[in-house]
Ligand binder design. Structure first.
Ligand SMILES: *Cc1c(COP(=O)(O)O)cnc(C)c1O
Length: 397
């Protein structure tokens, strides 16, 4: 099948087939091109490729066929014109801000961002004269009053990590575009299987491929998706110069991951919905954060914007840090690890792990208490996961 035929195909067909380039060996599964450079037919051919007169691969920091397959497939799934793959989710964010902002620009971001993203903005962007203001994701008035004449970018995660707060992508994009501002959405928690930010008006989508795109906790990687000018030219130009490129082997793993993405996201969401409503009724649980729960403050918006609730649940236990740690330590099935989006269920105490680097003040402002835990629901039998939580909660103080 040719990609032109696949352009109108369904999501899962594109997830399996899009952008595969079969070699003369007629392999069924995609080949991995583990090569750092490429050869030319002649000196004139080399000169033509270097000058851009002729298309061709030069060096794997610039382009690689295996990486290209992943990029084109993900661009298709996100309904984007262009995608560039990066060595990690953080380097996808770094490449985006380095390529599209400059000294003197102002960035407005939602408060509950991934810990390293906050640090990147506050410590490193700040150092080069780019200031960041933080506002409440769901409060449009706060976004409106944070805008300055030099505001160039809005940056959000929806659902947010780890409190699953929802940002209204349509509303924010309309407001952003009225002010000539680029809206960037980190789509890590939903993936294009559940939410398509570009269709809703966002300009750029960021991924940590490390999470659900791989889906099995095997490799670190990232991606930026958007239009040709912003991503295909500007972000790509930064990437090929600065160098945080994705390795071909990791790209091969991520392309395998995309093949099963929507199946997995459906299964993660179904199990998470069951666990969230079970937790909601538990006497030792004081609050459950899950977009698929009717008690979620933004349930209606989540339902409009996402096709399912996703696999991440936040919950607070009755008590302080000791109570939360006791739950973690009494679990047998769930892994104590900061990663998420794995087939294996993971549990995290954000205040002392993923979010420990940000100040206590910022943590409190973001609503991440010491009694708060985050679960990334995997693909195990859901009753076994509930059983594990039941045992651990009954042993907590
Ligand atoms: C993990 C994560 C990142 C960073 O991705 P890495 O691949 O770890 O560099 C960014 N945003 C969100 C929401 C994440 O969960």
């Amino acid at each position: 099948m040719y990609d032109e035929d696949l352009d109108s195909a369904g999501f899962d067909t594109r997830a399996v087939h899009y952008a595969q380039r079969r070699t003369a060996e007629h392999e069924h599964s995609e080949a991995v091109f583990t090569t750092s450079s490429y050869v030319f037919d002649s000196a004139a051919h080399a000169a033509a490729v270097f000058s851009g007169e002729q298309k061709g691969n030069i060096y794997s920091r610039f382009s690689n066929p295996t990486v290209r397959t992943f990029e084109r497939r993900l661009a298709s799934l996100e309904d984007g014109e262009s995608c560039v793959a990066t060595s990690s989710g953080m380097s996808a964010i770094l490449a985006t801000v380095m390529a599209l902002l400059q000294s003197g620009d102002h960035l407005v971001a939602s408060r509950g961002l991934f810990g390293s993203t906050i640090r990147l903005f506050d410590v490193y962007l700040q150092k080069f004269g780019i200031e960041t203001s933080y506002v409440t994701l769901s409060c449009i008035q706060e976004w409106q009053s944070a805008v300055r004449p030099n505001t160039r970018m809005f940056f959000i995660e929806t659902p947010s990590n780890p409190l699953t707060e929802i940002g209204d992508i349509v509303e924010l994009s309309v407001f952003a575009h009225q002010n000539n501002i680029i809206l960037v959405v980190d789509n890590c928690f939903c993936t294009p299987a559940l939410q398509k930010p570009l269709q809703l008006g966002a300009d750029i989508v960021i991924h940590s491929a490390t999470k659900y795109l791989d889906g099995q906790g095997r490799a670190v990687g990232g991606a930026v998706i958007g239009n040709q000018d912003q991503v295909g030219d500007k972000v790509f130009s930064f990437l090929r110069t600065a160098g945080p490129a994705m390795s071909p082997f990791n790209a091969w793993i991520f392309s395998r991951g995309l093949e099963t993405l929507s199946l997995r996201m459906k299964a993660h969401s179904e199990s998470a919905a069951k666990i969230a409503s079970w937790l909601n009724g538990h006497p030792k649980v004081t609050h459950v954060y899950y977009p698929g729960l009717k008690t979620h403050l933004q349930y209606d918006l989540a339902k409009r914007q996402q096709s399912a609730g996703g696999g991440i649940i936040g919950f607070s236990v009755d008590g302080k840090r000791e109570a939360a740690w006791k739950v973690v330590d009494n679990l047998r099935l769930m892994s104590i690890t900061a990663n998420l989006g794995d087939v294996k269920t993971t549990i995290t105490h954000p205040a002392t792990t993923t979010h420990h680097r940000i100040s206590a003040e910022q943590r409190i402002a973001a609503g991440i208490g010491d009694n708060f835990l985050r679960i990334s629901v995997g693909l195990e039998t859901v009753d076994d996961l509930i059983g594990d939580l039941d045992r651990a909660l009954s042993k907590s103080v």
